[in-house]
Structure formats: C-alpha cells, structure tokens
Design a protein around this ligand. Structure first.
Ligand code: SF4
Length: 486
C-alpha cells in the first residue's frame, strides 16, 4: 500500500472539516471503549485478574521475541512435518512474488481472501490483479472497501467504521444491481449471497494469521464472520501470509492470549470463530486445503527486534489503542496515511517504512497514555513515540524553527531566575491576548494552534506563585500536625 503519512497535517485538517465524517466518528466514539470496560469488569468479577493476565502476556511475548529464531525454526519443522510449505519473504514485494508464483503453479484464476493486514502492507491485491488473478475480499468490511474502488481500511478491526449505513446501501445497490436495501440484516444477506458464489468458485484461499503455534505448526485465525473458514477450507490451495513476529510457543500460550485479544478488541469474551488450522487435508478429512503454504514476512520487523523499539513487536493487533486515542477519535484512520492508524500506527509506520517518511505521526498524540493503559501486552506506546520524536530531533529531521525553539526553551529551563521572569512575561502576554475571555482565539506566535481550536487563557496564580505561597513560613506552620489540619 502506498504510504501517504507525510500528508498527515493536511489530511487531518480535511478530516476535521468533514462534517459527515465527524458525525460518524462521534457515533462510534466510546462504543468499543464501553464494551472493553464491561468485558474487563466481567472477567475480574468471574475471578480472573485482567492486570495479571496482561503482565503474563507481556512476559510471554518478550520471551518469544528473545528467541524468535528458535521458535520460527520450530514452527517451520512442525508445519512442514504436517505437509505445509514454509516460505520466507524479506519484504512485501517478495511476499507478493511468492504468492503469485504459488497461484501460477496451481493454475489459480480467482483467490478469496480473509482479513490480512500483512497483505495490505504488501499491496497484495494490486499484485494479484496485475498477474491476472482476481482477488476477492470476503470479510464484510474489506469487501465493502474493495467494491468502493479499493478504498483503504480506516481501522484494523472495523475497517469501514468511517462509513454510514446509507453509504453502504447505495454502494450495494450500484454494485450488485439489486433493489436498494436499507435494513442491515438484508444488506448482509445480499453480500453473503454474492460472496457465496466466489467461495465456491475460488481456486485459492489467502488468509492472515493471528498467531502461529510453534509446537503444532498451526495457524490460529480469530474472526467474527464465517468467511475465514470458507476461505481456508473450500479452495484446494491455502496461503497464509503473516508477520514473523506472530509465532508463539504452545497452545497453552494461545489460550492465554485469547483471554485478552477479543476482550481488548471488541469487548467479547470470545470471538465468534476461533480456527486452528494444522497441515494439509489428510486421508479421511472431510474438508481442508490440499496444499498449504505459509509466507512469513519480515518487512522491517527484524530491524526492530532487539532495538529500543523491541516492545512494539509484542503487538497482537487488537485495536484497543486506537479505540481509546483522542486523536484517532477525532480524525479517523485515513489521516495516518498507511495500513496502521492510531498510536500503534504512529510507531509502526515510521519503524517499518522509515522515520523520515512519517515525520508527523509520532507527534500526532497527546501522550495521555490511554493507549498504554489499555494495551493487552503493555506496550509503552507514549514512550516509544517520545523516543521517535527524540530521534527526529537528533537526526535533524524537525524544522529548524522548532529545533531552535526547543534549544532556547532548554537554555531558559536550566536558569531558574530567567525561567521565572519568562513565565511572568508569557502569562501577562497571554492574559493580554485573551482580553478577559476564557480562551484565546488567535495566538500570534503559533497561529496553527488556534486555527481549529481555542487556547485556554491563563487564570489564577502560576505554579511557581502557588508553590512559593505553600512554602511560606505561615502556611508551613498551618500545615504542621495539630495546627488546623486533620
Ligand atoms: S499496540 Fe497494543 S493496544 Fe494497540 S493494537 Fe497492538 S496490542 Fe492492541
């Protein structure tokens, strides 16, 4: 997928001004947050300990990453033992080339797909189309995007969160050539009917993989629609495309992560379909693919392994960080300009695509740490964003004015008297700009700040004045035990 993260500011401004999108984002806002909160409370009320489970999952993912090569080798051995072929791809381009080669080997003309973020990274649909193979997305959200001129997803688990029911209704009527339906159940039935013919005529199925289980050589798929099972069992060829970091050692580890993934993603105790696919169809099996391939993709992950950003590889793609992010909730996912939006995208995009190609993303955060608080594998997202900001600064990638301002601020902050004087001048200036109002409409020195919002006017005493008063002998005496305070 083409990267457009350097257009973040202009796209975000356009999204802010898009009244229709703002309405849809407002509607979605809080839905996932409430569902996750309810699921976590229920888990704890039933005798579970969500915090302890998060800690255990963090440890597990760290242990796997520390020995990633060994677990991948074990996975390859077990998957091969069960008849699958394991292939390795350095990047998205190689993943596409390998997929097209497999398709040609088996005479594939149509490939059904279940959701795979890695195939979005690689631009697989475009590569298949260029090779004369028809890709058909079968996850309902991804299908809607595909028939809407291959629009990119705006959320990793709810790809059409930016679309209204009416827009989808119009799109179906235009594409399917059937009378316009307005009821969601009817629309879903219509899509199911269309997709069913594709399921039955596809020569190859392509899926992602939520986890790869090393001890059995299996892939675990977690979905809420039955399409994943159709894609992986009906066609004679099944190709799994996923990142190398998805491997976990045992089925017991899968059970641990499954306690966290659906609850963090959609607030469900368990997703509707959890499939564990192991090897090719054997004699006596009623269904399953006759040929199974795993394409395990690096695409920047190995460079992150062991670096100061290693924690990011623990990600299990639940989407909780974006559901809780005030920036994502305000601008939606498309502004981030690549496959992964929200806080996880603000870290992953610069890491995978190059820090200089996504300069605004680590800045697109208030560092409120809501994402860090809800992440099921405890990834310190704000810290990682801060480290990326530091790298931009030390690498000379920020605008000279910003670098000069930061240097000046650091110089002032190290000189308490000058700092106190500067604070007084700044407060007086801001009060003068506010002219008695609560907010400042136009900041002369930072006009971009006030272009879309007010800047709060300073009120009351400054922190230094409050602190000085609290330290005065009279107040200290008042605060002594037995002198007027409990
Ligand atoms: S960073 Fe954490 S919260 Fe965000 S998608 Fe990954 S696992 Fe989920």
């Amino acid at each position: 997928m083409e990267i457009r993260s350097m257009e973040f500011k202009s796209t975000a401004s356009a999204k802010l001004a898009d009244v229709s999108l703002q309405g849809k984002l407002r509607q979605a806002k809080g839905k996932f947050v409430d569902m996750r909160a309810a699921a976590v409370s229920e888990f704890n009320a039933d005798g579970g300990d969500f915090e302890a489970t998060r800690e255990a999952a963090k440890d597990l993912r760290n242990r796997v990453l520390a020995d990633l090569d060994l677990w991948l080798e074990r996975f390859e051995t077990e998957a091969t033992r069960r008849g699958a072929s394991v292939l390795w791809a350095k990047d998205g381009e190689e993943a596409c080339r390998l997929t097209v080669e497999i398709a040609r080997r088996h005479g594939v003309r149509k490939a059904t797909k279940s959701k795979s973020m890695l195939s979005e990274e690689a631009g697989l649909n475009q590569a298949l189309t260029a090779a004369g193979i028809q890709p058909v997305e079968t996850d309902l959200g991804e299908y809607i995007l595909q028939i809407n001129d291959n629009e990119p997803p705006s959320h990793i688990i709810a790809p059409v969160i930016h679309k209204s029911k009416e827009e989808i209704s119009d799109l179906f009527a235009r594409t399917h050539g059937q009378p316009r339906k307005t009821e969601i159940g009817e629309m879903t039935r219509e899509a199911r009917q269309v997709l069913r013919s594709h399921f039955l005529s596809a020569d190859m199925g392509i899926s992602g993989g939520n986890f790869l289980v090393a001890e059995t050589g299996s892939v675990a798929l977690v979905t809420n629609e039955g399409n994943g099972r159709m894609v992986t069992t009906l066609p004679p060829v099944h190709v799994v495309i996923t990142g190398v970091e998805k491997v976990i050692p045992t089925l017991e580890d899968l059970a641990l992560l499954m306690r966290l993934l659906p609850r963090s993603a959609t607030g469900q105790a368990i997703s509707n379909y959890v499939s564990l696919l192991t090897g090719c169809k054997a004699d006596g099996d009623s269904d399953g693919a006759e040929h199974m391939y795993f394409i395990l993709v690096d695409n920047g992950r190995i460079d992150v392994l062991g670096s100061e950003f290693n924690d990011m590889l623990r990600c299990i793609r639940c989407g909780a960080c974006m559901n809780h992010c005030p920036v994502y909730q305000t601008i939606g996912g498309h502004a981030y300009g690549w496959v992964y939006p929200g806080p996880m995208g603000s870290v992953l995009t610069p890491l995978f695509m190059g820090i200089e190609r996504a300069l605004d993303l680590p800045q697109a955060a208030t560092l409120c740490n809501q994402c860090g608080v809800v992440c099921p594998v405890k990834i310190p997202l704000p810290e990682l964003m801060r480290t990326l900001r530091e790298k931009q600064l030390t690498g000379g990638l920020r605008p000279w004015l910003e670098r000069a301002a930061l240097r000046l601020w650091a110089w002032v902050a190290m000189r308490p008297r000058i700092y106190a004087l500067a604070t007084q001048v700044a407060v007086r200036y801001l009060k003068w700009l506010a002219r008695g109002e609560d907010g400042i409409r136009h900041l002369t020195l930072a006009p971009e700040w006030t272009r879309g919002r007010d800047f709060p006017a300073p009120s009351g005493e400054t922190f230094r004045e409050l602190y000085a008063r609290a330290q005065s002998p009279m107040n200290r005496a008042d605060a002594a035990p037995g002198r007027g305070r409990p």
